[in-house]
Design a protein around this ligand. Structure first.
Ligand code: ZN
Length: 683
């Protein structure tokens, strides 16, 4: 592993933070924390923590000795001084003389010793940092170190490798007891450069940030070298697989449907998925013994809160036999859920008062022949789960290449999964209204489509922007943090490809806002065939291809869905010369109702928004100018020519789509967004 320390960079940090009144110790602590956090082989998603002992002024201006230690909710990779709250050192060290300390009392002691009461909670490993004498203390869950210690002979391997340079601490759950034990081990080995926490991770320490970090890299590199020696060539003998494997886009919606919880009344608690595959992942999931090594437990205990103790392992999906796959996956999931409930009951019996059971659904699914899925309440959570699953694949592969992967006992894993201080890391905020739902917006790169993509994202949905203009779609997607896919809705194959890309990325589709459209004009008695056909291709067939592709995925999920069509006033009230536009739009309005009729019993709702006089690429500034002139009114009056006297904006239309998505008992309906036009024309 490369040592990335740079004296010049370190100086830059000191200078940069000095301007904000941050002392040199803390600036260097930020710098080397980021070096550690930027390396996924050392630190992933909130794993690992660092500290520095320094002095700071209290409210009275008196200097006090403090421990600046990673606060919960911060990642080392992009930590700031505010992410390393200062805790008075003396009261923390005073706790060392205690025999026992409850978690509540520990958290209270840490919080009441903060210099700034608004700071985040100091790390659950704060006392371990405080009880060690060194100025800089670094802690990671290095893959290489875990691969060595997570073996049957893990302790012996570590002792042989590190000799007197590192001391080994037996596995104890983080908190006061571990801090005390680590301090005890250190006192007996005061010359070591760090500690190996068996089945957990590694600490290094020193008087300077540079040396503490250098020691981390040195000892992790030693572990990496050890793993390369006497390594088995073929780690996982492969299982027999079907000749042709089904595609990710075919099986993801099936799995997403199976793990969704039926809340009744047409509502579902869904999950978002993130698929990963690589030669390493494939070798792992295709292994004959995958049920043994993959279900042993997580590489380091703190992964368990995000990926559960075990993944769900499925049979390889044979191409052309999705029904067979669905049946076997359903059975495997049922077994998984029963096993999780039994695991909870078995371990919960040790607790008074008892713990409350978490949902039993897997967060990682292994699919032989394909790869793995991470699952979560959002695409972010799903990708965190997938990252941790990939890290576990790396650790388990390296451990199995030497001997056999072995982690802590089930009861220790349970204690970690159900530890209040660990669960607190996940946060328990209320979810936005459209969280866990995947929304596809064809024609989403501009106008009403772009406003709709933004609004659905604001409401918590995972969004895919489809557009013929791939560059514009990509630009919007980057700006609002969603997926973009190039798609021409008049081409059925292009539509299917785009929806498959969405299913492969998020696991499925729940909401379609079929929005792509353009206006053609011509008096109906004179218009040429091409014009009419081109308009039908986009303004009718485009909607049908998108709705059919969405419905195919929704049926595979079996959790209902929501189809929304952007129709037009032309679909109901024909305007002179607008036949080529209005005719297919009228057909699309009927199409919306046909979906409502044919798929209501599948839980698929179908509705339309009928918007009028909205500034867009269908109603350009030029058109507004000429029409208002023709009617002898100002442009503003023309745009606000409705009962409310207000111009209708793309945001108003986007809001109407969201309202329909949030109306669980509405189907076959048209929501008009035109400022009101029900009055008869003045005589
Ligand atoms: Zn740790």
């Amino acid at each position: 592993m490369k040592n990335s320390w740079s004296d010049a960079e370190a100086k830059k940090y000191i200078r940069k933070y000095a301007r904000g009144g941050v002392n040199q110790d803390l600036a260097l602590r930020v710098y080397s924390s980021r070096l550690l956090g930027g390396n996924p082989k050392l630190v992933l998603h909130g794993g690992g923590n660092t500290s520095v002992k320094t002095s700071m002024a209290d409210a009275a201006g008196d200097m006090v000795d403090v421990l600046c230690v990673k606060g919960s909710g911060w990642d080392l990779g992009d930590i700031e001084p505010a992410g390393l709250p200062a805790v008075r050192l003396a009261p923390l060290r005073g706790l060392k003389k205690l025999k026992k300390l409850s978690d509540e009392d520990m958290v209270n002691a840490q919080r009441t010793s903060l210099l700034d009461s608004t700071s985040p909670n100091p790390s659950v490993e704060t006392l371990l940092h405080a009880f060690l004498p060194h100025k800089f203390v670094d802690h990671t869950h290095s893959n290489a170190v875990l691969a060595l210690t997570d073996q049957v002979e893990g302790e012996k391997i570590c002792r042989d490798l590190y000799g007197n340079s590192m001391a080994c601490v037996p596995y104890i759950m983080p908190g006061f007891a571990l801090a005390r034990e680590a301090a005890r081990v250190f006192q007996r080995n005061p010359d070591v450069e760090g500690l190996i926490l068996l089945k957990h991770g590694i600490f290094t320490f020193a008087a300077t940030a540079k040396v503490a970090y250098g020691r981390m890299i040195k000892h992790v590199s030693a572990a990496e070298r050890r793993l390369k020696q006497k390594r088995r060539k073929k780690v996982f003998p492969g299982a027999a697989l079907p000749k042709k494997i089904a595609a990710v886009a075919e099986i993801a919606p099936i799995l997403r449907g199976l793990v969704a919880e039926d809340l009744g009344g047409g509502e579902w608690q869904r999950m978002v998925m993130d698929f990963r595959s690589s030669p390493a992942v494939k070798a792992f999931v295709n292994g004959r013994d995958v049920a043994r090594y993959a279900r042993e437990g997580t590489a380091t205990p703190d992964h368990v809160i995000r990926i559960k103790p075990k993944p769900l392992i499925l049979a390889a999906p044979e191409a052309g036999d999705l029904a067979g796959f669905t049946k076997s996956a359903k059975k495997a999931l049922g077994k998984y859920v029963r096993a999780y409930r039994a695991y909870f009951a078995r371990n919960n019996s040790r607790f008074r008062p008892s713990k409350s059971e978490l949902d039993p659904m897997p967060r990682v699914i292994l699919v032989p022949g394909l790869g793995l899925f991470g699952l979560g309440a959002s695409s972010k959570a799903a990708s965190v789960a997938a990252d941790l699953a990939e890290a576990n694949v790396a650790v388990i592969t390296a451990a199995e290449a030497m001997s056999a992967y072995k982690v802590i006992a089930e009861r220790d894993i349970f204690d970690m999964e159900y530890w209040g201080l660990e669960q607190a890391k996940l946060g328990r905020g209320t979810e936005p209204p459209l969280a866990r739902r995947v929304c596809v917006v064809p024609g989403g790169a501009s106008g009403i489509g772009a406003a709709t993509a933004r609004e659905f994202r604001n409401m918590g949905a995972e969004v895919a922007v489809l557009d013929r203009d791939a560059a514009a779609a990509a630009m919007l997607a980057a700006e609002i943090g969603v997926l973009s896919v190039a798609c021409d809705v008049t081409n059925r194959k292009s539509v299917d490809r785009a929806f498959n890309a969405v299913a492969a990325r998020f696991g499925g589709v729940d909401i379609l806002v079929s929005n792509a459209g353009a206006a053609w004009q011509g008096r109906i008695g004179e218009v040429d065939e091409e014009t009419l056909k081109a308009s039908f291709d986009l303004n009718f067939w485009g909607h049908q291809w998108a709705a059919q592709a969405a419905t195919r995925i929704m049926l595979a999920q079996g959790t209902g869905g929501c189809l929304l069509f952007n129709t037009s006033k032309q679909a109901i009230n024909p305007g002179p010369g607008f036949g080529p536009y209005g005719l297919p739009k009228a057909a699309t309005l009927f199409l919306m109702r046909q979906y409502a009729v044919d798929h209501g019993r599948d839980g698929i709702r179908s509705n339309a928004v009928n918007a009028d006089r909205v500034r867009s690429n269908l109603l350009t500034g030029e058109m507004i100018k000429s029409r208002s002139k023709a009617r002898g009114v100002s442009q503003a009056d023309y745009m606000a020519g409705n009962l409310l006297g207000l111009e209708v904006t793309v945001e108003d239309v986007a809001g109407a789509f969201v309202d329909l998505a949030l109306s669980p008992k509405t189907t076959g309906a048209i929501l008009t967004v035109d400022g009101g036009n029900i009055a008869a024309a003045p005589r």
